[in-house]
Design a protein around this ligand. Structure first.
Ligand code: NAI
Length: 272
């Protein structure tokens, strides 16, 4: 492995992204953070222009720092499904802000040393009922105006798991292809449950849905910590995780297993 790996971390200024930066830097790795503030690359991933600016700035930095190669990418940047924000914000930041960076930085990863990418889903995908499938389909179709309209109609609360479902499916569709696995890039997904961060606190502070945060069952008896999730992501970026491809790893204290015990794995029924 190179002496110093270069890893791009979106959402690096707070919560699990900041914890990931801390772990990577403690390990001697170089981090290019992308966030609205306090990062090497300041960019708004909620707009097409902001995403392109982020990709251009990362490319320029990587050219200077590591000959244009990037060894890892983690897309933590995201916003919660509060009742006080429009659904369209989540469609643009959570989904399009993720897949644009995965797509846009993939050529840099292809030049990296044992490169890996980790996208961020959520256990809301399986434990929050009523995911609006029209939003999921419009996201996966790449129709940002259409997805934004449908997301506004559905609400941010419902759109949140839709964005996280679409991210997981996008990654499972792409991870095994020639562009990813075939180019030596391992792409996987982490789906956290409730993790104590500013995002979770913002949800707890929501006047309408806040009380659910501490009512949801977590079999291990506590919320996760940002550092626990950072540890999982750093493992997936590292040399011991080279057999992971297109996996969606839930780290949620047992909530999904408790509520949906027999839904994973789902056997494959072949029809004649
Ligand atoms: P956080 O709020 O502490 O950090 C999110 C970061 O994303 C912030 O630094 C913020 O500035 C950045 N960001 C937001 N909008 C952006 C934009 N338009 N452009 C660039 N950066 C932007 O959140 P936390 O909890 O660390 O969450 C990280 C990811 O994990 C999110 O995608 C979230 O949906 C996901 N997640 C969080 C869970 C939790 O319980 N905390 C549970 C499941 C998933």
């Amino acid at each position: 492995m190179n002496e110093q790996r270069t890893v791009v971390v979106t959402g690096s200024a707070s919560g699990m992204g900041a914890a990931t930066r801390t772990r990577l830097e403690a390990d001697g790795q170089r981090v290019i953070g992308v966030d609205l503030r306090d990062a090497e690359v300041i960019a708004d991933l909620g707009t097409p222009a902001g995403r392109q600016a982020a990709i251009d700035a990362v490319t320029e930095l990587a050219t200077d720092l590591s000959g244009g190669a990037v060894d890892g990418l983690v897309t933590w940047a995201g916003v919660p499904g509060l009742t006080t924000v429009p659904g369209s914000l989540l469609a643009s930041v959570n989904y399009f802000g993720t897949v644009a960076l995965l797509d846009g930085l993939r050529p840099l990863l292809a030049d990296g040393d044992r490169p890996a990418a980790v996208a961020i889903s959520s256990n809301s995908t399986t434990v929050q009922p009523g995911v609006p499938m029209d939003v999921v389909e419009l996201l996966l179709a790449g129709d940002e105006p259409g997805a934004r309209d449908a997301a506004d109609a559905a609400s941010a609360l419902a759109t949140y798991p839709a964005t996280k479902t679409a991210i997981a499916w996008w990654c499972r569709r792409h991870a095994p292809t020639g562009e990813w696995a075939g180019a030596g890039i391992n792409l996987n997904v982490v789906a956290p449950g409730a993790v104590e961060t500013p995002l979770l606190q913002a949800t707890r502070d929501d006047p309408t849905i806040g009380h659910f945060i501490d009512e949801f069952p977590i079999p291990v008896g506590r919320k996760g910590t940002a550092d626990e999730l950072a540890a999982l992501v750093v493992f997936l970026l590292g040399p011991d995780a080279r057999f992971f491809c297109g996996s969606v790893l839930f780290a949620d204290g047992g909530t999904d297993a408790h509520l949906r015990p027999d839904d994973q794995p789902r056997p494959w029924t072949l029809r004649r």
